[in-house]
Each structure stands twice: as structure tokens, then as C-alpha cells.
Design a binder for this molecule. Sequence first.
Ligand code: NAD
Length: 483
Amino acid sequence: MTTAAAAATVGDRTVALPGGAFVQGCWTPAPIPVTDPEDGAVVGYAAQTTVDEVSGAIGHLAASLRNEWPTWERERALGRAAAAIADRYEKFTTLIAAEGIKTVAEARDEVARCVETLRLAASASGELLGESLPFDATPRGAGKIGWYVREPLGVVGAITPYNDPLNLVAHKVAPTLLAGNGVILKPSEHTPLTALAFAEVLLEAGVPRDRIAVVCGGTDVGQAIVSDPRIAVVSFTGGPRTAESITRTAGVKKLLMELGGNNPTVVCEDADLELAADAVVDGAFGAAGQNCLSVQRVYVHAQAYDRFLDYVVTRTKRKRVGSKRAADSDIGPLVNERAAREVEHLVDRAVGDGARALSGARRHGVFYEPTVLVEVPEGSEVLTAEIFGPVVAVEPFISYAAVVASANTAGQALHAGVFTASVATAKTLSQQLHAGCVLVNATSDFRIDAMPFGGFGLTGIGREGVRHAVRELSAPKSVVLAE
Ligand code: NAD
């Protein structure tokens, strides 16, 4: 296999990249083509890291944890990295839009989010503060004093998906480093180039070369990380099937998991229906539905149902599906044709079982038209599973008790939305909907990077959101002084 230059070519622009992986403090060659999901064009090259290289990288990181890297230097490095990403705004936008699924406008938003994430991480060291121990809480504590501090956990294996190739990588790596750990990152095999450019920024900003490794490849590389006993924590963001596989091979180690959801939005009879329709259409079809916070089920009070549906369908039909690079495209491609065929299959099956499509329901290669479904039969995967495509089901409800039951039991929600003008309804539904976050007069598709982020049940384990991740990635160590 020949070794290609480490660069990504996007349109008439060449973006220099440092190498195809970063292992044991060195960049490795980049022989494996990375393609644009839209047209299959080669946009750059990455490595195919071997299982032996993964093992070597983990050993190197584990040994390096003995080297001191004080907190103030970690903060300084992450702050510099935030500034460097902001300076390279166009480069990162170009990379995300080339190897990923986002339109240029969506890619820009992600770069801005990543700057925020790094800035938040650079100022999160307060989460590492300890406390004095309350020895006078028990007679057995008499005569003792002591305290605890928060210690790093060790080498963290960070595994990330394709749909947010920069900001989700930042959410894994920055809190891990701030807490004093080492990190081996495996980005999605679909989007390694953005992660490699991100690692280059971190190194230039002052992250020691022996605190981070970036390995590239698919399942075998992920499994080599997960199964290694020297890994203290697997921090995974991805799909539920992969999560299952990780739990089977990880052995006894901490697992942090950010998984998918089938997110409901409830639109009440007193809601601002145009506001709700705008938000639902953006939340359902942004990133072509490839978003863990995507709106997938909308329950609308029967009194508002017809008007709301009319608003949603009108707005959906205005959305333009097309090339990520075209300024007037609203919805880009799915990650590959297999994923687009899966969405097609789910929609066709729902329609075969009695659902009606009021828009879309058509595939063009890797593109899928935004699809509004009604009368979806109970038990359909559209209502129970995560579709990860531009499809939303809308159905009427009459009683609040019934809508809460449907929203909570049909599928698992990472976030849930409620539209209402009533404080009392907002209060009741926010208490009763089972989700990591309930948003009032917004859909599931919103977070800021400082919020605790994650869900209950099969939507994940633990919380991200920078400060919360720093706590998950550190643990108290107590010191007790006897007389
Ligand atoms: P995926 O699960 O297919 O892949 C995610 C990562 O896991 C990739 O890097 C992949 O190579 C790796 N991987 C695959 N098999 C593995 C194995 N057996 N062991 C170890 N690693 C393995 O997910 P995807 O298709 O890239 O992303 C889509 C999913 O991610 C959706 O379900 C979405 O909801 C979820 N997601 C969740 C969040 C969140 O924060 N909750 C954010 C974005 C995406």
C-alpha cells in the first residue's frame, strides 16, 4: 500500500494535516483514503492503526501518567487550543463539511461550539477541588483530621461517532485532559481527519505528546481499546448496538456512554403553533436527522392538530435537500447509501403497515427527503427506535395523562420538548416526562455545552457537559491523619 501525503483536498483547497494517526508521540503515515459521503470523492487520508499499535499507544500513555503536568498548564493549553480553533475556523469548517454529513452552515456552528467547549474546559478546574473530611460526624472520628482531593482515573479510551466530528471529540478529550488523565481517541472511521487536525491544535497549544494518542480504524481498533485492561474508563458516544458490544468486552472498568434517543415533543392546545412548527422542522431535519437530539415523535393536542400539521408540512416542503457545499442546501446526505436505505426501509415498512407520508419518503442515492408521517401504527420502529434520518411522526393526543404515557413508553428519550403557554402545564409535563432534559417552548434539539448532558435508561450512562465530565473522569482520594 502506498503512503499518501497527509492532506485533505476540498474543492480547490488543500488542507494540510499532520499525519494519519498519532501514536506514542509520533505522527504515522496516512495510506487509507477518506471519502466524502456525498459523492465518494477522496478528501484526504488517514491511517489504519493496528491492534499492536493500539496496545503500544496505551502502554505509552499509562507510563507517561507518572510525568507531572500541573493543572495550571492544562488550563493554559486548553485555553490556547480554544483560541487556535477560533483562528482556524475556515479550516475546521471545510474539514467537517468535506468528510462529514453537515452542510457548510451546520459545520460552522459546530466549530463555534467546539471553541466554547474548550473554553469551558479551560476554566473547569474548580471541579477538582476537594473538601475536608467530617470526622466529628461520628464518635469513631475523634482525634482525626483529613481531606480528599480529586485524582485522575488513568488512561481514558474515547470513542466517537461521525455526526459531530469536532465538538463531540472536544467533549471527550478536553475534560479528560483537564482532569489529569491520558487519552487514546478513536474517532469515527468516517470522519478521522477533523480529529487529527484537532489533535494537532492540542499539541501546538501545549498538551504533552505523551498524554494523547489518536488511532484510526473501525470496530477492531475500538475493541482493542475497550478490551485493554490498562484502560481505566471507556468514554463512548455512539449507537446502542455498539454500546452493547462494548459492555460485553470491556471487563471491569468504568463505562461512560452517550447513546441515542427517540425524542418526543408535546405541543399543547395553547402553544404558539408557528413557533412550535418552526422548531420541530429544524429539530427533526437538521443534519439530515443524524443527531442524537433529533425530534422524532411529536404529540399534538387534538384541538391544534390540523393547524399544526399544516404548518409543519408547509415548512418541510420548503426545505431544500442538496449538496452540503451549496449555499442554498438545508439538508445534506446520510453518511452512506446503506444508512439511507435503512431509513427508506423503516419508512416504507411504516407506510406498508398503515402510516401516511405527507412529505418526502423518497431516497435519491445517499440523500433522503424530509418526511412527515402520520397515523403511524403503535409499535412501529418509527415510534420505538432511533431512526437517525430526516423522519418525524406526528400524532394527536387528547389527555395529558395519555400523552405522558406514550412519550415515556413508546421510545426512550434523551431530551423531550413541550410547547405550552401555561406555567402549570409546563411544570406538570417537565416533572412527568422521563428524559435527561425537558425543554419548554423548545424541542429536544437544544443544549449548551456547559449543561449536564445525558439521559436515563438505554440513552446513556453518566453525564457529559464539561464540568460534569470532569467529575466523571476523576475520583476522590482521601487522606486521613490520625493522632
Ligand atoms: P456507532 O456506534 O456506529 O459508532 C461510534 C464509534 O464506535 C465509531 O468510532 C465506531 O468505529 C466505534 N465502534 C463501532 N463498533 C465498535 C465496537 N464493537 N467496539 C468499540 N468501538 C466500536 O455510531 P455512529 O453511527 O458513528 O453514530 C450514530 C450514533 O451515535 C447514534 O445512535 C447517535 O444517537 C449517537 N450519538 C449520541 C450522542 C450523544 O451525545 N448522546 C451524540 C452523537 C451521536
